[in-house]
Design a protein around this ligand. Structure first.
Ligand code: NAD
Ligand code: ZN
Length: 361
């Protein structure tokens, strides 16, 4: 059954996959360098002083901007990056490159659009609001799971909402997948971001917008997640390669499908408590057995095998105003509820039900 007219999907132009491919970045950039302008490198500040920094093919006119992923990206941060680029040169950069996790990749995707579109980035939070294509963008994940490397959205926290700048122009032009870059991610962070991928797959499949195109990517992505997180014998090296592909496919599955109950609640949690997306999803998914019973069982097994313990009583002690804000933020995500529960979701999901779930976290 076709619910909406299918979107004519915009794909990445190029993708390079393989260990050590980071060292091909200079060569990949050479055709843009012919335009004789500067390149903006956005680097997760985790890499300050690390070996990777010295491998960045930085030339004289280029700029390197260090991005902290301590907080998830805000619209203010994007506007600051744009100001830095404009102060650096009156011409546009020939390329913008984001090296980091979902946070830095989203900064890259959003900033590459905002250098060519007037106004402030919060004005573009929503679907198809961007008017002009951005500058050439390359994303290089250093953590895998979010699918930000391939998705058509750049998720930002703005003054009134956490919502993506979502449109065809947001899809990066090039992605570089080098699994050596994710080797240093600590166990807990790797698990949380990896579970974002697992939950994308579960939610994509378990909803009414799934089609066979999306299912193909979601199923393969879920299988790879199971190989990574349910098999304690797999080597970290092989697991990282699989996780990188799982993330990419999970991102593609969402192009035609949607996230669901977990993401609706986790956006509420993150908006009020500033909880990072990966761990927020885990805290939420942990209590969603009534919605995704098999997926939650597998998730509990993954927690056990990977020796991860989640924070407890996470929402205890919240003020009434904070709890209400959380509930309202989640309830407003109509497209996620519509996908997960159905067009009549408001008859089934009440604000009291959402509150009761938050109280169990
Ligand atoms: P992240 O980018 O927020 O980074 C998490 C932490 O890991 C940071 O402290 C970072 O410095 C550190 N880090 C990064 N690379 C590392 C490495 N190789 N070794 C050690 N530490 C490293 O993590 P994430 O989970 O990848 O991204 C979450 C963000 O992605 C959120 O802002 C979320 O909203 C966004 N997101 C976007 C999409 C999309 O489609 N655009 C989808 C899901 C989530
Ligand atoms: Zn997610």
């Amino acid at each position: 059954m076709i619910i909406n007219k299918p979107r004519n999907i915009k794909s990445l132009d190029r993708c390079i996959y393989g260990k050590g491919t980071f060292d091909q970045l200079d060569e990949i950039l050479s055709f843009k360098r012919k335009d004789n302008g500067f390149v903006v490198f956005l680097l997760d500040d985790y890499f300050n002083g690390k070996e990777l920094e010295n491998r960045i093919p930085l030339k004289n006119q280029d700029i390197l901007i260090r991005i902290s992923a301590a907080d998830e990206p805000t619209t203010d941060l994007i506007d600051e990056v744009v100001v830095k680029c404009k102060k650096h040169s009156s011409s546009l950069p020939v390329a913008m490159i984001g090296i980091g996790g979902g946070s830095v990749m989203d900064v890259c995707k959003a900033a590459s659009l905002m250098v060519t579109n007037p106004g402030y980035s919060f004005e573009y939070q929503g679907l198809d609001l961007i008017k002009n294509p951005g500058v050439y963008s390359i994303v290089i994940p250093t953590i895998s799971g979010t699918g930000a490397e391939v998705s058509m959205t750049a998720v930002l926290t703005g003054p009134v909402k956490k919502l993506g700048i979502k449109c065809d122009f947001t899809v990066p032009d090039q992605v570089l997948l080098d699994s050596e870059l994710i080797y240093s991610v600590p166990k807990e962070q790797r698990f949380y971001t990896g579970m974002d991928c697992f939950i994308h797959g579960i939610e994509a499949i378990d909803g009414r917008h799934i089609n066979e195109f999306a299912r193909g990517f979601a199923e393969k992505s879920l299988d790879l997640c199971r190989e990574v997180f349910l098999n304690s014998k797999i080597s970290r090296e092989l697991a990282d390669e699989k996780l990188m592909v799982a993330s990419y496919m999970g991102g593609l599955s969402l192009t035609y499908s949607q996230v669901g109950v977990c993401h609706a609640l986790s956006y509420g949690l993150s908006y009020v408590l500033h909880t990072h997306h990966g761990i927020a999803n885990c805290i939420v998914f942990n209590v969603l057995e009534d919605y995704y019973s098999d997926g939650v069982k597998e998730f509990h097994e993954m927690l056990r095998i990977n020796n991860i313990s989640l924070p407890k009583n996470y929402t205890k002690g919240l003020s009434e105003a904070e709890m209400s804000k959380m509930v309202e933020t989640s309830y407003a995500l109509d497209h996620m509820w519509d996908h997960a529960i159905g067009a009549n979701w408001k008859e089934i999901i009440t604000k009291d039900k959402i509150r009761a779930l938050f109280e169990r976290m």
